[in-house]
Each structure stands twice: as structure tokens, then as C-alpha cells.
Design a protein around this ligand. Structure first.
Ligand SMILES: [Zn+2]
Length: 446
């Protein structure tokens, strides 16, 4: 009896959530990939790789990359973070980070090659490097986001706060020959074009060698640029694909060096994932907000990007993979929406522009599962929490880890996987996961 009511309640809540998810699409689909995760040809998973460093305080303090550090508190813990630029609460200041773009010419064992060199001009002429109109000012995309993110400070005491990237130096194109075991060319299912897939476990060490041989220094940002290339986690197959970019930090002879690799794909490849500068926009903003890949935050989860599972990193692009937009005058440059610091830090009142939690406002509030659970629970003074999951691919262990965290505040927490009856109704494709909570009291009422 209670169980039947419970399912009915689940379905009712679900239908509300689907309406919300569709609204995301209307806001975000200026380009073609509001939800890249569902239009990738059914085999590959669009995502960005995550590297996580654990550098000593000394290494961080002595880094020559212009950065600031601070902390926030949540769940009774202190969470430290570092970002590029200066602390926006300390007043107006302009930081400009020198950038070098390294085009990559990647040659596969079957003779096919993919050259990033022709992508350089469209990259440097995009809003990543040129001024465009954003809600936080006419400036570069990265600066616009950082200003919007800390708008409460920027709009009051730091009106001339900026974090810019310099006019890029273009390095000589670097040619890499990929061993047959680590690279393959395949026909992309969604566009019919031939793309290259490379095992990231072979690829990143090659990039790290270039950091040294090209004499890069920690104060600047090297960007390695490819065309129609994706990385795989393991053997270069579509099912292990598709990583469109990553940022990383490593200690080499020059110090603590940060860098980015990105693809720039032709329109329609992988359903638009990694199209033009969208992957680079994702990585640049993550680099601004977590340059040393070590900013840990309270667990979050995103219904838009469930491929990241139960996640604890301040990677501003990951919760919104595939949600892109364009700005006036740059209609062919797709920029990714990103989650603001306020979302990760669980600020009940956002310190960002217009009280937003993402640049586009895709997340209407603190939609992540622990916070989503807490507020209504605390209002209802409930002592029970249930997590409902609607994706067979979702790691139960991740959900249980989140449930465990919730359990610290409640007397009961369990994971409830949805049965096949509700599955079809639930699985709209763009909403794979949902969570809801109830108390024993409300069940009795139904
Ligand atoms: Zn990312």
C-alpha cells in the first residue's frame, strides 16, 4: 500500500523534473548541443578528463602562476581553493596571463593525419581572446565569467577587476606519430566524418614532454590544439571515447606547470560535442577556477552530466557539459555554460551576478543531491531520506557514498532504484537521475 503510493509520488515528482530539464534546452540551445550526452551516436560518452593534483602548500605558494587562495566552510568543514588572478574581494586589479598555442599535427599508423594548425585563427579570433558583450561587461569570456562569479565584490569594491589571457603566441606546429595500439581513425556515427581517437594514457605523457622541450614556464598557459581528435580512456575505440579536452598541472624542471589540451571539432561531429571553441571554453574556465587541479568541494552531482557521477571537484564546466551559448558578433563560437563558485560552495544566497548559480542560470538553485535533500528535509523536520535513481549505468557505489553523507544528518537513508514500470516514463534521455526525499509522516498521509 505504502509502496504503491510511493511510486505514484515518484512519478509525479519526475514529471515536474522533466519539465525543468526541457526548459534548460530552450535556454541553452543556441548551438546544436544542449545535451551532448544524448546525441553522441549511442556508443561514446562526451566528457572531459579530470586530473587531480595534490601539491604541497610550498609548491602552491611558490608557483609563478598569478593566483590567489582562500577557503569557504560547508558542512562544518573548511574547503581551500586556489584560482587564477587576484582575490576579487581585495579590490580592482588586472591580471594578464601569457598564452602560447601549440598546434598539433597527429599522424596515425594508417597514414591519416589531423592538423590543428588551421584552427588557430578561429581560436584567436573567438571571445576566448577577443572582447565580446557579456552580462558582466564587454571583455573576454574567461574574464566575464570570473567577474560574474564574484559579482557581489566586483560590482561594489572591485569594478575594474579583470583576469585576462594575453594575445597568444603561436608555436611551431608539433608533429606526433601515434603508435597503432594507441590510436585509430573511425567514422563518427553522428556526422559520417572521419575522426581520430587516441588513448589519453599514451597522449598526456607526450604533452608533458613537450612542456619541457618547448621551455614553457609556470607563469604562462600552454594550450595544445587538435582538430577532430578525441581521447579515449584506454584502447582507442568509440566505446572508450570521447574526451574533448583536459587541463592539468604537473611539477617539472621549471616548477608547477599548468596546461590545457583541447580538440576543436567540425560542426556536427559527435553531435556537436567539442564543436569549434566549446571544449577550449570548458577547459579555460576550469583552469581559471582550479588551475592546480586540487580544489576539493562538497560532493555534487548534475542531472545534465551524470557521467561525472558523485563528484567532489571544483570543475566549473563538468556539471554543464553540452550546454553552450553564443554571444553577439561571434555566432560560430560556442561557449559553454559553467557553474559558479556559489553552486559548489553551497551558498544559500549566490554571490554571483543576478544571484545566479551558472552563467546562463541553467541551475535554478542549489540543485545537487545533498543540498537538495537537506533544505526540504530540514524544513519538514524529517528524519528519513530516500534517493531514487533512474539510470542503470549510474554507479550504485557513488549514490551510496552520497547517501552516507546525508545519513550523517538524518536517521535513515537508503538508495531506491526505480523499477521497470516507471523506467520508460522516467527515461527522457536528458534526465537520468533524480533524488527526492520524504518523511514517514507524509507517507502516512498518502
Ligand atoms: Zn572539465
Amino acid at each position: 500500500m505504502i509502496h504503491a503510493k510511493f511510486l505514484a509520488r515518484l512519478c509525479a515528482v519526475l514529471s515536474i523534473m522533466i519539465v525543468g530539464a526541457l526548459a534548460f534546452g530552450i535556454v541553452a540551445v543556441i548551438g546544436s548541443s544542449a545535451h551532448a550526452s544524448q546525441i553522441s551516436g549511442g556508443k561514446s560518452t562526451p566528457r572531459y578528463a579530470q586530473f587531480h593534483g595534490n601539491f604541497s602548500d610550498v609548491a602552491l605558494a611558490t608557483s609563478n602562476l598569478k593566483h590567489w587562495s582562500s577557503s569557504f566552510t560547508s558542512e562544518g568543514k573548511t574547503w581551500k581553493y586556489s584560482m587564477v588572478g587576484t582575490n576579487p574581494t581585495n579590490g580592482s586589479a588586472t591580471t594578464t596571463i601569457p598564452v602560447t598555442i601549440v598546434p598539433l599535427l597527429l599522424t596515425f599508423s594508417n597514414g591519416k593525419s589531423f592538423d590543428g594548425t588551421p584552427q588557430v585563427s578561429s581560436t584567436t579570433s573567438s571571445p576566448l581572446f577577443q572582447n565580446a558583450q557579456f552580462i558582466s561587461g564587454k571583455t573576454q569570456y574567461g574574464d566575464a565569467i570570473q567577474r560574474a562569479e564574484f559579482w557581489n565584490s566586483v560590482s561594489t569594491k572591485s569594478p575594474n577587476y579583470h583576469v585576462l589571457v594575453g594575445s597568444p603566441t603561436i608555436a611551431k606546429t608539433v608533429t606526433l606519430s601515434i603508435p597503432s595500439v594507441d590510436g585509430a581513425t573511425v567514422v563518427d556515427p553522428s556526422s559520417g566524418k572521419t575522426i581520430g581517437i587516441i588513448n589519453i594514457n599514451w597522449f598526456d605523457p607526450q604533452i608533458q614532454k613537450l612542456l619541457t622541450s618547448l621551455n614553457f614556464t609556470p607563469k604562462m598557459l600552454p594550450i595544445f590544439l587538435s582538430h577532430d581528435i578525441y581521447l579515449s580512456q584506454g584502447a582507442p575505440t568509440l566505446s572508450n571515447c570521447c574526451i574533448g579536452g583536459y587541463h592539468n598541472a604537473v611539477t617539472d624542471t621549471a616548477g608547477l606547470q599548468t596546461y590545457i589540451w583541447t580538440t576543436e571539432a567540425d560542426a556536427g561531429v559527435q553531435g556537436g560535442f567539442g564543436e569549434d571553441v566549446s571544449a577550449l571554453s570548458h577547459e579555460m574556465l576550469e583552469w581559471f577556477n582550479d588551475p592546480f587541479t586540487n580544489n576539493v568541494v562538497p560532493n555534487w552531482i548534475s542531472p545534465i552530466a551524470p557521467q561525472y557521477g558523485c563528484n567532489k571537484f571544483l570543475e566549473v564546466g563538468d556539471p554543464l557539459v553540452g550546454v553552450v551559448f553564443t554571444v553577439n558578433g561571434f555566432s560560430s563560437d560556442h561557449l559553454q555554460d559553467v557553474a559558479f563558485f556559489s553552486w559548489f560552495a553551497r551558498k544559500s544566497a549566490s554571490i554571483s551576478i543576478h544571484g545566479l548559480y551558472t552563467y546562463l542560470g541553467t541551475f535554478k538553485g542549489l540543485y545537487n543531491f545533498i543540498e537538495h535533500a537537506h533544505s526540504p528535509l530540514e524544513r519538514a523536520n524529517a528524519d528519513t531520506f530516500i534517493v531514487a535513481v533512474n539510470s542503470p549505468s549510474f554507479a550504485r557505489s557513488s549514490i551510496e557514498a552520497g547517501c552516507e553523507a546525508i545519513h550523517l544528518r538524518t536517521q535513515f537513508c537508503d538508495v531506491f532504484c526505480i523499477g521497470s514500470t516507471c523506467q520508460q516514463e522516467w527515461d527522457s534521455g536528458c534526465l537520468r537521475v533524480m533524488f527526492f526525499e520524504y518523511s514517514f509522516d507524509s507517507i502516512e498521509e498518502w
